[in-house]
Each structure stands twice: as C-alpha cells, then as structure tokens.
Design a binder for this molecule. Structure first.
Ligand code: SIN
Length: 276
C-alpha cells in the first residue's frame, strides 16, 4: 500500500529526517480535534512513524481525549497512575534506581495485542539538558537486511515475555502472572502495508524453533542492526513537548544521562491488534 502525499491544510509538518520523525505545528491539542485535523495528524503519523508537538498545555483528561481519537486506551498490565489507570507516569529523580524505557523496545510487546501507539507529554525536563528520546524505524531496519536474511526471517516467530521486565516491580508477597506472547519476527503494518522487524531487546526472549545459541546470536545481530544511526531520530524535550510514536513500526530508547535531575511526564497508550 503506497501512502499518497497529502497537502496539509490544518497543520504544518516538518520532517526531522527523511526516514523517521516529524514535528507538527499549528495545533492546540487541548481543543477537540476536527475530523480534518484528525485525518491530517493520522496521515503524518503513518508517514513519519513518530510525530512531535511543542508547547502543549493539556490536562490529563485532554491527553486521554486526544489518545481516544486514535483508539481505545490501553491499560498497562503492571504500571498505572493512581486514579487514572490509562496513564503511566514517566518519572525520574535523585531517588531513582532505574527509569522506564532505557533499553530499546516497542511498548508492552509481551501482550498478545501490543499497543498501537503511545503519546508521551513531558512537563518537567532536567535542568542541564539531557533526557532525550531516540526512535528507530523498523521498516528501514527490515528493508536494509539482505534478501536471504529477509527470506529466512519471514514467517518465523519469537517469544516476548513480561516477567523479567516487570517482576522486580511487584510488591513483597505478591505473586503476579506476567504476559507472554508469540509474534511474527517480521510484521506487516495494518495501515501502511509495509513490513518491519518486530523483536526487541526488552521483551523478546527467543526465536521459536531455533537452539538457544542460534536464537541469541540472531537476536543480537538484529538488535545491533536496528540501532544503527542512519535509521534513527533523536528528540530533545522541552516542557510541554509531546511525542506520539507507532509501536508497530518504531522502537525507542529513553536516555538517562541526567541523574540526579528530575524529569516528569505522563503517557497514554492506545490499544493495538494482533501482529501479523
Ligand atoms: C517510554 O515510554 O518508554 C519512556 C520514553 C521516555 O521517557 O522518553
């Protein structure tokens, strides 16, 4: 499916790189979106894989309302904000021993139906800079593999698990079950029709049908390949910045280069479908 070029009438769209990322201006996300605005933002999202907005003064409810235009909101299996189960707080300060998203990943791929996308609104940035987020195109990662490697991976599946990621966050005495899912390694995007790689360092534990040493070697090769600089963009947050990324074709990594400074934001996540 080839995406047609669109003449934007309600927003301006400025690409960050030819491969991934675009900044959207001319819109106030505190206001309900018109159908035309929704259509244009959705188009920019499909074309650029991750889109960014600046200086958005929105409440938690307005954030959720924006997310709901793109689908039903996802409730995280482990992390939820008090009083707002659809919100994940992204926070780090001088007491933090880890931060969310430090390892390259796509969100919650241990779910059988991993999220379509995530919308992060950052309101507090570290005083001396840092805390950027990097995004990598899984379409380009797939396209840049050799034809024999693409043929080998097409049709193979991998296991994604939540226990090793979330297990440390359970309270004493809790004995929770964590999600496990098996997904195709090469996923076809339901809107663009493009193929992309769908394994990640955080959740993927093995490739089905291979010996452990074969699976580890192949996954490591793919992870290094996905993290190459020429398929990425890097976003520098300011208070009020928002990023909306497509988990079906993008991986991201949050930089924790600002300890002991504080960074705070809230994330809304949109439900997705079963990868095919
Ligand atoms: C995440 O949602 O993985 C965190 C991203 C970030 O903090 O920039």
């Amino acid at each position: 499916m080839k995406q047609e070029a669109m003449k934007y009438e309600t927003i301006q769209v400025t690409p960050l790189t030819p491969t991934i990322g675009a900044e959207i201006t001319g819109i106030d996300l505190a206001q309900p979106l018109s159908d035309q605005q929704f259509h244009e933002i959705h188009h920019a999202f499909t074309q650029h894989l991750v889109i960014f907005f600046r200086e958005q003064k929105i409440t938690t409810e307005q954030h959720k309302a924006f997310g709901r235009r793109f689908g039903e909101l996802h409730i995280h299996p482990v992390v939820q904000m008090d009083g707002h189960p659809e919100i994940i707080e992204i926070k780090a300060d001088e007491n933090s021993t880890w931060i969310a998203g430090e390892v390259w990943h796509s969100d919650v791929t241990c779910d059988k139906e991993p999220p379509l996308g995530s919308i992060l609104h950052i309101t507090k940035v570290p005083e001396n800079g840092g805390g950027d987020t990097l995004f990598s195109s899984m379409y380009r990662a797939y396209d840049m593999l050799s034809e024999p490697m693409r043929a080998f991976l097409d049709g193979k599946t991998a296991i994604h698990e939540g226990a090793h990621v979330y297990g440390g966050r359970q309270k004493r005495g809790e004995n929770r079950e964590y999600p496990v899912a098996e997904h195709p390694i090469v996923r076809t995007h339901p809107v663009s029709g493009r193929k992309g790689l769908f394994v990640n360092r955080n959740f993927t534990t093995r490739i089905s049908g291979l010996n452990k040493n074969e699976s580890d070697a192949l996954l490591n090769m793919l992870y290094q390949h996905m993290e190459r600089d020429d398929i990425k963009c890097r976003f520098k947050w300011r208070p009020g910045s928002m990023a909306f990324w497509d988990n079906r074709c993008v991986q991201h990594q949050a930089m924790w280069d600002y300890f002991p400074q504080t960074r705070y934001g809230q994330r809304v996540t949109i439900k997705g479908d079963k990868p095919v």
